[in-house]
Design a protein around this ligand. Structure first.
Ligand SMILES: CCC[C@H](O)CC(=O)SCCNC(=O)CCNC(=O)[C@H](O)C(C)(C)COP(=O)([O-])OP(=O)([O-])OC[C@H]1O[C@@H](n2cnc3c(N)ncnc32)[C@H](O)[C@@H]1OP(=O)([O-])[O-]
Length: 725
C-alpha cells in the first residue's frame, strides 16, 4: 500500500510498519510541502489500527539536510517544525529514524524527536546551523544536551561539525549502526519494540545531565567562543541555548531557544552566512568569458598526477593529491631537498591519517630527482620558485617529456599564466592553480585560465580541486588574479594611514574588531615583509636613496609609501627575523608586541616628509582599507576576471580571512549600501587625488545609477555594462 501524493511518501511495509519517506531531492530539505507531508503521514500512520510502528527515512539514501534554507527570508508557510517533531515524540507507537547519508540540522532534530535512531555506517550527523548564522531551533539545543550531555552538545552545536555514524554511536546520538540497509534494519527493529511504552524514549522528558563544574564550563566555553567567533553572534547564542537546556525545564528551554533564534534569524549575519552557503556552491557552476561553462565542459580523467618542486607549496600539494587517492610522482632535482621533502610529506600524511583514523597514503607517492619520471602522468602541477624564466624552462622540459594531452598546471600567486602558456606548443593545456599555504590545509584554490586555456583544462583543474577538498574558483588571468589583486589597494591604504598618523596597532585593532583573524600588519609580519619587497624591487618601485618630501613618495605618477621598503632595508622581515611592524621575543616567535622603535621611526619618517600626523579613528581605517579593496573587486567584475560577486566573496572568505558572518567584501558592500561606498570613495579620492585605487570604478557608478540592485542581480548589470564596452 502506497501514497505518492505528497513530498513525504507513505508505504505500509512488512504488514504492520508505516514507512514515511521524505522526497525532496537532492537533500530532502524540510520545505513547507515536506513538513506538511510528514505531519499528514505521521497522523495517518498513528491512526491506522493495523500499523504497529513507524519508520522515517529519506529518499535516495539521504535522510535529511535540515530546514530548507531557500525558504529563509521568504514568507514561510506550512506547519512549523517544533510541533511536528513534538507530535512524533509524543506518538504512542514507536517511531524509528533510519538514517542514511546525512542527518543535519532540522534533519537531526527530526531524528531526535523519534524514539530510536538507526544509522548506516556511512551516515554523517550534525547540527551545522551555527555556520548559517543560526542555532538548532527545532528543539536541537534542548534535546541533544539532554541526550549526550552538555559538554558534547556544546562542542557539536557551537562548531557545527559533522560526526560519523561511529562517533554518533559513541556519543549516544544513535542507538545502532549498521552496514546493511538501514531502512530494513529499522523496520525489523521497530516491530521488535512495537507495543512497548515509549515513555522512556522521549528525550524531552530526560533530565539534562549537569557537569559538576557547571559554571566554570560555561564560562570557559563562552570565552573560547567569543574569542574564536570574532564578532559572530550565532556561536554565542548557541552557548546560551545549551545553558537554557541545562538550567530550565524543557518547555522554558524551548521558549529560550525560540527567542534566541528569533534574534539570529533576522540578523544581517544570518543573511551573510546563508549567502556564503549558496555562493560556495555557485562558484562550482563556473563560466568563462568565451561562453564555455561547467555544464558543457567535460573534465579529462586524471589517474596519475605529478608535482614538480618540493618546497613548502610543492609538499602541501603532494599531500593534498595523495589524500585524494591519486598516484603522485613527486619530483625534486636537488637530492637534499628531496630527502627532506619525503620526510616532511610522510609526516604530514601520517598526522592527517591519524586524525581521521585511516591508513596514511604513503605508497601513493613515488619520489624522483628526474623530470623524466612524469612521462606517463595525466596532469602536472609545477611548484618551483616564483621566477618566470625558471618556470618557462620547467614547462619546456615538461612538454618534451609528458605524453600528449597532459594538463600542465602552474602553481603561482603572481606570474602571468598567459605568458607562460604562450611559450608552450599546446597553450590550451596550460592553467594556473593558485594554492594557498599550507596547501594541504587551506580550502581555497584559484584556477586561473587564459584566453587560450581549453574549457576541458579548466574543468579538469576545477574537478581536481574539488577532489582535493578545496573550494575552487575559476578566475581570469591578471596581476594578482582576484585575491592578491584586491589586497594591493588594501595594503596600500594601510601604509598611507601610518604615514598620516595611525599606528600598526590601531589599524590592526580596527580590522580585527571587524572580524579578520589578523590585522594587515600582523598578517604581513607572519607572511614575511621581504616577499612584497622583492616584488616591488622587480617592479622598480624601490628607490634606495631616499629623498624627503612629497616627491619621494611618488612612483610612476601615483602616491607610494616606501615604509615597507625602509623596514626591509633594516632587515626587519617580520616574525622570521623577530622584528617587523611589531617586535617578537625571538625570530620565529609568534606573539606580536608593540615596538617603541617602530613608533619613533614613524615619528621621524613623518617629520622628514613634512607629514603632520592627525587623529585617525577605526571608521576611517575600515573605510579606507575595505572600500579600496571593494572598489578593486568592482574593477575585477568590470574586467570579467571574476564571473560574479560570489566568486570574489568565496575567495575572500576561504582564502583571506574575511569574516564569514560579513559574507565577503562584495556582499558587505551590498549591505553597507553601494551609494554610501561610492560617496565615501569620492570623499577619499578628493582628499587623496594621487591615489588611483580610490577612483570609484565605473561599474560601481553604474550599479548606483541603476538604483543599487540586490547582489543577486548584479550580473545583469555587469553583462549590460560589458556588452556596451
Ligand atoms: C526552525 C529551523 C531550525 C533548523 O534547526 C534550521 C536548519 O535546519 S538550517 C539547515 C541546516 N542544514 C545544513 O546546514 C545542511 C546544509 N547542506 C549541506 O551541508 C550539504 O548540502 C550536504 C552535506 C547535505 C550535502 O552535500 P553535497 O552532497 O556536497 O551537496 P551540496 O552541498 O552541493 O548540495 C546539493 C544542493 O542542495 C542544496 N541544499 C543543500 N542543503 C540544503 C538545505 N538545507 N536547504 C536548501 N537547499 C539545500 C544546495 O544548495 C545544492 O543546491 P544546488 O542548486 O545544486 O547548488
Amino acid at each position: 500500500m502506497c501514497d505518492k501524493g505528497s513530498m513525504a511518501q507513505y508505504t505500509r511495509v512488512s504488514g504492520f510498519v508505516g514507512l514515511i519517506t521524505l522526497q525532496n531531492p537532492p537533500v530532502n530539505a524540510l520545505s513547507a510541502a515536506v513538513r506538511q507531508g510528514i505531519v499528514d503521514m505521521v497522523e495517518r500512520a498513528l491512526s491506522d489500527p493495523i500499523v504497529k510502528s513507524v519508520v522515517i527515512c529519506g529518499q535516495n539514501g539521504n535522510f535529511c539536510g535540515g530546514a530548507d534554507i531557500k525558504e529563509f527570508g521568504t514568507n514561510m508557510s506550512g506547519p512549523p517544525l517544533v510541533p511536528m517533531i513534538d507530535a512524533i515524540e509524543a506518538a504512542n507507537k514507536p517511531v524509528v529514524a533510519a538514517i542514511e547519508g546525512s542527518a543535519l540540522g532540522g534533519g537531526l532534530e527530526l531524528a531526535l524527536g523519534c524514539h530510536y535512531r538507526i544509522a548506516h555506517s556511512k551516515a554523517r550527523l550534525g547540527l551545522p546551523e551555527v555556520t548559517l548564522g543560526l542555532l538548532p531551533a527545532a528543539g536541537g539545543t534542548q534535546r541533544l544536551s539532554r541526550l549526550i550531555g552538555v559538554p558534547a552538545a556544546l562542542n557539536l552545536i557551537t562548531t557545527g561539525i559533522h560526526v560519523t555514524a561511529a562517533q554518533a554511536l559513541q556519543l549516544g546520538i544513535v542507538d545502532q549502526v549498521t552496514d546493511h540497509n538501514a531502512v530494513e534494519v529499522a523496520v525489523t527493529f521497530s516491530l521488535s519494540v512495537a507495543g512497548q511504552s515509549m515513555d522512556a524514549r522521549r528525550i524531552s522528558t530526560y533530565p539534562c545531565p549537569l557537569p559538576s563544574d557547571f559554571d566554570a564550563l560555561f564560562e570557559g566555553v563562552m570565552q573560547k567562543v567569543r574569542q574564536s567567533a570574532r564578532g559572530a553572534i550565532a556561536p554565542v547564542a548557541c552557548v546560551q541555548a545549551v545553558r537554557a537546556a541545562a538550567t530550565l525545564p524543557y518547555t522554558k528551554g524551548m521558549e529560550r531557544e525560540q527567542e534566541l533564534m528569533a534574534t539570529l534569524f533576522t540578523s544581517g549575519q544570518a543573511r551573510a552566512q546563508q549567502y556564503c552557503f549558496f555562493a560556495q556552491r555557485a562558484v562550482g557552476r563556473w563560466r568563462m568569458p568565451s561562453g564555455a561553462r561547467w555544464e558543457t565542459s567535460k573534465p579529462m580523467p586524471v589517474h596519475k598526477a605529478a608535482v614538480i618542486g618540493l618546497g613548502t607549496m610543492g609538499r602541501g600539494i603532494t599531500v593534498a593529491l595523495a589524500q585524494t587517492g591519486l598516484s603522485v610522482v613527486a619530483v625534486e632535482t636537488q637530492e637534499k631537498q628531496l630527502m627532506e621533502a619525503k620526510q616532511a610529506v610522510s609526516g604530514m600524511l601520517e598526522r592527517g591519517a591519524k586524525r581521521h583514523g585511516v591508513a596514511p597514503m604513503l605508497d601513493r607517492i613515488s619520489y624522483s630527482q628526474n623530470i623524466q619520471a612524469v612521462a606517463e602522468v595525466d596532469l602536472v602541477i609545477e611548484a618551483v620558485f616564483e621566477d618566470m624564466a625558471l618556470k618557462t624552462e620547467v614547462f619546456q622540459q615538461l612538454s618534451a617529456v609528458c605524453k600528449p594531452g597532459t594538463l600542465l598546471c602552474t602553481n603561482t600567486s603572481a606570474l602571468d599564466v598567459d605568458k607562460l602558456a604562450s611559450e608552450m606548443p599546446n597553450p590550451e593545456l596550460v592553467v594556473g592553480m593558485h594554492f594557498f599555504a599550507p596547501a594541504h590545509v587551506m580550502k581555497l584554490l584559484e584556477v586561473v585560465y587564459g584566453p587560450r586555456s581549453s574549457p576541458q583544462a579548466v574543468a579538469t583543474a576545477m574537478q581536481l580541486g574539488k577532489k582535493m577538498g578545496k573550494v575552487s574558483v575559476a578566475v581570469g588571468n591578471c596581476r594578482g588574479f582576484v585575491g592578491n589583486r584586491m589586497l594591493m589597494p588594501y595594503l596600500q591604504q594601510a601604509f598611507f594611514l601610518l604615514e598620516e598618523g595611525a599606528t600598526p596597532e590601531l589599524v590592526d585593532r580596527a580590522l580585527e574588531e571587524f572580524g579578520f583573524p589578523m590585522g594587515v600588519f600582523r598578517m604581513s609580519d607572519l607572511s614575511g615583509l621581504d616577499i612584497g619587497w622583492r616584488v616591488r624591487k622587480r617592479d622598480e618601485l624601490v628607490e634606495p636613496d631616499m629623498a624627503s618630501g612629497q616627491s619621494a613618495r611618488i612612483r610612476q605618477g601615483s602616491r607610494y609609501s616606501p615604509l615597507g621598503d625602509l623596514l626591509c632595508e633594516q632587515g626587519r622581515f617580520g616574525q622570521k627575523t623577530g622584528q617587523g611592524w611589531y617586535r617578537y621575543d625571538k625570530p620565529g616567535s609568534r606573539v606580536a608586541r608593540s615596538d617603541p622603535w617602530l613608533h619613533s621611526f614613524l615619528v621621524e619618517y613623518r617629520a622628514r616628509h613634512g607629514l603632520v600626523p592627525r587623529s585617525i579613528d577605526h571608521q576611517e581605517v575600515l573605510e579606507r582599507c575595505l572600500y579600496a579593496l571593494i572598489n578593486e573587486g568592482f574593477r575585477i567584475l568590470e574586467d570579467g576576471i571574476a564571473a560574479g560577486p560570489e566568486d570574489i566573496d568565496v575567495i575572500y572568505v576561504f582564502g583571506y580571512g574575511w569574516p564569514r558572518h560579513r559574507g565577503g567584501p562584495m556582499f558587505y558592500a551590498s549591505m553597507v549600501g553601494l551609494a554610501k561606498i561610492l560617496e565615501r570613495l569620492e570623499h577619499y579620492q578628493q582628499a587623496h587625488p594621487d591615489v588611483p585605487y580610490l577612483q570609484p570604478s565605473s561599474l560601481l557608478r553604474r550599479l548606483v545609477a541603476s538604483d543599487s540592485p540586490p547582489i543577486h542581480r548584479w550580473r545583469e548589470v555587469i553583462k549590460k555594462y560589458q556588452s556596451q564596452l
